[in-house]
Design a protein. Structure first.
Length: 314
C-alpha cells in the first residue's frame, strides 16, 4: 500500500470525479461523489465533477484530464461499461478493471465463481419464469429474492411464505431480467473493506429492519455499526481472509467491499462484493478506514492512487 508521503508527492494531474450517471443509484452516487470531490480538492488535487448522464466522457482527454476517480454506483459505472470506455480512450481510472467490475456486479456469476473456487455462499436458484419463482420454496424459507445486477439492496425482498415468491420475483424483475432466490442466512451481517490488497477492520451491522435494505443503508438513523465488530481476533482474521479470497476470485482490484453473513454455528457465508462502494456519511468503507486510523481525505487519496500503473508508482 502506498504510504501517505508517497501519495502527497504524487502528481495526479487533472482528475475527473465520475459521479451521478443513469443507474438506479444515481442519487447515492452524487452524494458520494461530492464527498470525494471535496476531499481531493482539500488535498490540492485538480479535480472536477463529471456526470456521464450529461457530460461526454470521450471528451475527457481533449479537456486535459489525466485520470478518473470512478464513484458511479450500479450499472454503467460499476459493471465494467465505464471501465471499458476509459480504457478505450486511454484514461487511467480507480478500482477494478473491466473483468472484475463486470463479474462482481453480476451476483449470479459471482456466486458461480465462488462455488467453483470452493468458497461458501448460500444456495440459490435462478428465477427465469413464474414457475421457477413458485418452485424456489424448495430451497427452504426464508429466501432473499434479488435482481442479479443491482446494488444498494435495490429490488430485494425477504420472502417468508411461498405465496409471496411470485410477487417478489415480479418486483425484482422491474430492475433486472436476471433474478435469483437465495437462502436466507439467519445470523449476523458483516462487511470487510479491501484497500490496496489489505483488509481493513471488520464492521458488524445491526438494523431493526427485516434486513440491511436501502433505507437502513442510507436513510435510517437506527442502523448500528459495530467496529470493533465483537468477534474474537482469530475469527475476525478468518473473515478477512475469506473476503480477500472472494475478491481475488472475482478479479477485484484497488478497493472494494465484501459483504458476509455469519450463522449461529460460526460459519461465514459470502453474499456479494462491491467494487465501487458508497462514500457517503452512512457508508461503510470510510468507517472501516477510520477504525484503521485512516481519515476520509487520506482514504480518498489512497483510492485515487489505485489509478496509477506500476510504472507511475515507481
Amino acid at each position: 500500500m502506498m504510504q501517505s508521503k508517497d501519495i502527497v508527492n504524487q502528481d495526479f494531474g487533472k482528475v475527473a470525479v465520475l459521479m451521478g450517471g443513469n443507474s438506479a443509484e444515481r442519487e447515492v452516487s452524487l452524494h458520494s461523489g461530492q464527498a470525494v470531490l471535496a476531499a481531493l480538492r482539500a488535498r490540492g488535487v485538480d479535480a472536477y465533477a463529471v456526470d456521464p448522464a450529461s457530460d461526454n466522457v470521450h471528451d475527457l482527454p481533449a479537456a486535459g484530464y489525466t485520470r478518473a476517480f470512478i464513484i458511479l454506483h450500479g450499472r454503467g459505472g460499476e459493471d465494467g461499461a465505464m471501465q471499458a470506455v476509459l480504457e478505450s480512450i486511454g484514461l487511467p481510472y480507480t478500482g477494478s478493471r473491466v473483468l472484475g467490475s463486470a463479474l462482481s456486479m453480476d451476483k449470479l456469476r459471482c456466486k458461480w465463481l465462488w462455488q467453483g473456487a470452493g468458497l461458501p455462499t448460500p444456495a440459490w436458484r435462478v428465477l427465469k419464469t413464474e414457475e421457477d419463482a413458485e418452485q424456489a420454496g424448495e430451497l427452504g424459507l426464508p429466501l432473499m429474492v434479488k435482481p442479479a445486477r443491482e446494488g444498494s439492496s435495490i429490488g430485494i425482498s425477504k420472502v417468508e411464505s411461498v405465496d409471496r415468491l411470485k410477487d417478489a420475483w415480479v418486483f425484482a424483475r422491474q430492475y433486472d431480467d436476471s433474478v435469483i432466490a437465495e437462502q436466507f442466512i439467519d445470523g449476523e451481517e458483516y462487511t470487510v473493506t479491501i484497500l490496496a490488497g489489505e483488509a481493513l477492520p471488520v464492521i458488524r451491522l445491526q438494523t431493526p429492519r427485516e434486513f440491511y435494505d436501502y433505507e437502513a443503508k442510507y436513510q435510517s438513523n437506527d442502523t448500528r455499526y459495530l467496529c470493533p465488530c465483537g468477534l474474537a481476533a482469530d475469527a475476525e482474521v478468518a473473515m478477512q481472509q475469506l473476503a480477500m479470497q472472494a475478491a481475488e476470485v472475482a478479479a477485484v482490484e484497488g478497493w472494494g467491499r465484501v459483504d458476509l453473513m455469519r450463522d449461529a454455528q460460526g460459519n461465514n457465508w459470502l453474499i456479494e462484493v462491491n467494487t465501487v462502494p458508497g462514500m457517503t456519511d452512512h457508508s461503510l468503507v470510510p468507517m472501516a478506514a477510520q477504525a484503521a486510523g485512516i481519515e476520509f481525505d487520506e482514504l480518498v487519496m489512497r483510492i485515487l492512487a489505485t489509478s496509477l500503473d506500476e510504472e507511475e508508482r515507481t
